[in-house]
Structure formats: C-alpha cells, structure tokens
Design a protein around this ligand. Structure first.
Ligand code: NDP
Length: 295
C-alpha cells in the first residue's frame, strides 16, 4: 500500500516510523527538509520535495500538522496536495484539527473523488513510539475499512467518534480537560506547599483519593517534582486545542465558563513561556504567581 506522511514533528515522526515497513511503501515530506532526510536515513522510506510530489501516487495520505490552518496551507499552497491527490485516495488527517475546517476539506475533496477522515490521536510521544496511540476518527465506516491497516500500524484503541469533524471535537474536549487538570492540580499543590505539606505526601493521598487524574498520577510526579519538564507536547498546541473546544461550545450554545477561563490562563502561559514550552510547564506560571516551587 502506497502511503504518504506529511509532518514529521514530535508525534508525526514516531507515528510514521510504524508505516516505514512492509506492507507499506512510504514517502515522507516535512517543511524543514533536514528532518525528512534524517528520517529516511533511519527508516525504510523516501523523501519528497513538495507535498504535491509526496501524494501523487499515494493511496493513503496522512497529515500531522499543528492545526487545520497548516493542513489547509499544505492542501492549497504552492506545490500543495490538491492537484496531485489521486481519485480514490484517502486523506487521514491526524492533526488535532477543528471540526468546521475538517468538514470543509472533506466536502472539497469529496468533489474530486478523494475521501477524508479526521483522526486525531492521544497518548503522547511515548504511545506514538510504541505504536499504541488512541485514535478517534470521524468519517464513513466504508472509508475507514480501506485504511484500517495504516491506522492499526500506530493505533491500539481506534474509536469511531461519528461523522467527519467528530474526531476533532472529541480530541479538543479531551485536551481541554487535560488543561483544566494541569491548572487545578498546580493550584491545589501550590496551596498545600504554602500550608507546609510536602507535595510528595500530598500526591500520595490525592492519588489514592478522588482528586486524582493522569496529571496528578503521572505528569506531576514524573515532570514537575523532578523539575525535568521534558518537551513532548507544546503548550502552544494545547492552547490551540482549548480554543477549538471553546469555539465548539460557543457554536453549540453550551455554557462552559471553566473551559473559557482555562483558555485565558493557557493564553497567558503561552505568552509567558513561549512557543517551545511544553504543556506541563504551565505549572511554572502558577508557581511564579504564588512564589512557590512544587518539588
Ligand atoms: P510539532 O510542533 O512537533 O510539529 C509540527 C509539524 O508540522 C512539523 O513537522 C512542522 O514542520 C510542521 N509544520 C508546522 N507549520 C507548518 C506549515 N505552515 N506548513 C507545513 N508544515 C508545517 O507538533 P506535534 O508533532 O507535537 O503535533 C502535531 C499534531 O498532533 C498537533 O495537532 C498536535 O496538537 C497533535 N498531538 C501532539 C501530541 C504530542 O504529544 N506531541 C499528542 C497528541 C496530539 P517543521 O519541522 O518544518 O517545523
């Protein structure tokens, strides 16, 4: 099966590594060409010079870009995918995108005999390396069946969320919850540090109690208490996801004051910490505001 993968970022590169083997025939493209060249030195794949060249023979195309804005750019921009996509091809967009843009891309491609599935992933770079990502996809069952082997190469739990755009919606809400958990855990622990409680002791109790979350069980112990703050998922991308959730809520007339406040707080964190900061570094904002360190 001929596959093209566009976007070898933090999560795209480990995802693509699972397709760089039989029965797949992989072509990769990345905006910064050196990353694609590094990739093919280590994996069974070829480099394309442009998005158009990458997709011209592909039966399946995967995009994994920061947001739907970049997916649109790679589709419509100079040497973009649009004119080269083969009739009968399927575009799987693994970007955590936004539902309206995914629906409009699906409609445009549908008119050219090209199918579209939005298929954001979760599990982070660790699950991407292990090939055990959770994939939440939106689209038609019959289209999914044609591309199932590709999805199964990097995904373990693969869930149909509904029509096109549903995967994006589900991903945005999941990540809004992640953002709420990061800020609420950081605020709670800042209070406890000031109250003289050791954060390790606090987490021992919280993680055996009802206040626990993936943030308290994994992210804070592994990344905050250790002060390691590894960069695996950019804070800027999480801010984008909360924004998608906030717009979705507004479009559907659902009141979500907590999500709106979290969006504001992550906007501030992004301004303070910059484009390269990891999402868990939002804890540093709470620490600075309160003159404490959670360690
Ligand atoms: P990165 O920022 O690490 O990589 C982004 C990729 O997009 C790079 O290949 C980059 O190219 C490319 N890119 C950026 N702007 C453009 C553009 N204008 N035109 C063409 N290519 C562009 O992001 P991630 O890999 O972390 O994330 C990708 C998607 O997956 C995002 O939607 C994110 O929200 C989602 N995601 C990420 C997770 C993670 O743990 N990292 C977990 C789950 C979902 P270049 O190399 O040139 O910069």
């Amino acid at each position: 099966m001929k596959v093209a993968f566009l976007g070898l970022g933090d999560i795209g590169a480990p995802m693509a590594s699972h397709i760089a083997r039989d029965p797949f025939d992989l072509v990769v493209w990345n905006r910064t060409a050196s990353k694609a060249e590094d990739f093919v030195r280590e994996h069974k794949a070829r480099v394309a010079g442009t998005p158009a060249e990458a997709v011209k023979d592909a039966q399946v195309v995967i995009t994994c870009l920061p947001s739907s804005v970049e997916v649109e750019a790679v589709l419509h921009g100079e040497n973009g995918m649009l004119e080269s996509l083969r009739r009968g091809a399927v575009l799987i967009d693994c970007t955590s995108g936004d539902p309206p843009t995914s629906r409009s891309i699906a409609a445009e491609l549908g008119g050219r005999g090209v199918e579209f599935i939005d298929a954001p992933v979760s599990g982070g770079t660790t699950a991407a390396r292990a090939g055990t990502l959770t994939v939440m996809w939106g689209g038609e069952e019959s289209v999914f069946e044609r591309v199932r082997p590709v999805m199964e190469a990097f995904g373990k739990k693969i869930v149909h969320a509904g029509p096109v755009g549903s995967g994006d919606a589900l991903k945005a809400v999941n990540n809004a919850l992640l953002a709420v958990h990061i800020l609420s855990a950081a605020e709670g622990l800042a209070v406890l540090v000031k109250a003289g409680v050791d954060p390790k002791v606090a987490l021992e109790v919280i993680n055996a109690s009802s206040g626990r979350s993936n943030t308290s069980e994994n992210l804070i112990p592994q990344r905050v208490l250790t002060r390691a703050f590894p960069r695996t998922f950019r804070l800027a991308l999480l801010e984008k996801d909360i924004g998608i959730a906030a717009v979705l809520a507004e479009d559907l007339d659902v009141r979500t004051p907590l999500i709106s406040l979290t969006a504001e707080r992550f906007h501030k964190a992004r301004e303070m910490l910059g484009e390269k900061a990891d999402h868990v570094e939002a804890v540093k904002m709470v620490e600075q505001e309160n003159g404490v360190e959670i360690k």
